[in-house]
Design a protein around this ligand. Structure first.
Ligand code: BTN
Length: 262
């Protein structure tokens, strides 16, 4: 057992090594061996899952966490949880950064520090067999001590490269997971009580690329246009060259205004 959120105490399990914290969440849900809300943490993952079926390289030294929740909102709103998680991530890491270092959201699920990917969020649907309620597994990977070299993501970084003050590794990871959980449950409550508007506004105020040219790549199509912001449903609003406005609900974003194309 490890870090339990101080204000939002909940069922927590900490493993040395797992294939994936998200996968473990599904396993525990099917065996009904879990109490929701729950937190699963692993020191390393051997088959970490990324978005779009990609791998999330997960050696020791970084944060791998899944929060399992069953929010009191309509099913259609559940994808908004990835923005709730993004806000919690930023609240956790931004205060630790050296002055002047940027910390921004990249639609749909990424966190950037100095324009480089530092964290990703993967939402998966699960089922609470004990209660027969729909649940969401919010998987968060944060590069803390180091970052992998990946061909598909050229601009990538880790927290320790940008810290204002350096502290001990394990202690730091525990402190980070506790802080992340506290912020996540606080934002989730705000979202359940008030809806998405304040979450949407806060996300927009620290999002990268608003007003610039972007390309959004979906499974079988691509759209280029000006990124107008986040819709009330969490979609990316794009103005196409012909003036048409489209709302994209999933995809990978590439900034076409920047030389590195990330
Ligand atoms: C992305 O592709 O950007 C999302 C990465 C999400 C990785 C996290 S690490 C904890 C959780 N368990 C997994 O297997 N994946 C998520």
């Amino acid at each position: 057992m490890a870090s339990i959120p101080q204000k939002y105490t909940c069922w927590t399990k900490h493993y040395r090594s797992l294939e994936s914290t998200n996968k473990e969440a599904h396993t525990l849900l099917s065996s009904k061996d879990i109490a929701i809300p729950a937190v699963i943490i692993a020191d390393e993952q051997t088959k970490g899952r990324g978005r779009e079926g990609r791998q999330w390289v997960s050696p020791k030294g970084n944060l791998y966490i899944s929060l399992i929740v069953s929010p009191c909102v309509k099913d259609a709103y559940l994808p908004q949880l990835s923005f709730v998680a993004a806000l919690a991530l930023r609240k956790t890491i931004a205060p630790l950064l050296k002055e002047g270092i940027s910390c921004e959201y990249k639609w749909p699920n990424d966190m950037l520090v100095e324009g480089k990917k530092i964290a990703g969020i993967l939402l998966e649907r699960g089922k609470d067999l004990a209660d027969n309620k729909p649940v969401v597994i919010v998987g968060i990977g944060l590069n803390v001590l180091h970052h992998p070299q990946l061909e598909e993501v050229r601009a990538i970084t880790h927290l320790y490269a940008h810290l204002a003050k350096k502290r001990g590794g394990a202690e730091k990871l525990n402190a980070l997971s506790t802080s992340l959980c506290e912020h996540f449950f606080a934002y989730m409550k705000q979202w359940e009580d008030e809806g998405f508007v304040r979450i949407q506004e806060e996300w927009m105020s620290h999002a990268t690329g608003i007003g610039t040219s972007i390309k959004v790549r979906l499974a079988n199509q691509e759209h280029s246009g000006i990124f107008k912001g986040l819709s009330p449903k969490g979609a990316c609003i794009l103005t196409l060259p012909n003036g048409q406005e489209v709302h994209m609900t999933a995809g990978d974003v590439f900034f076409t205004d920047t030389p590195q194309g990330e």
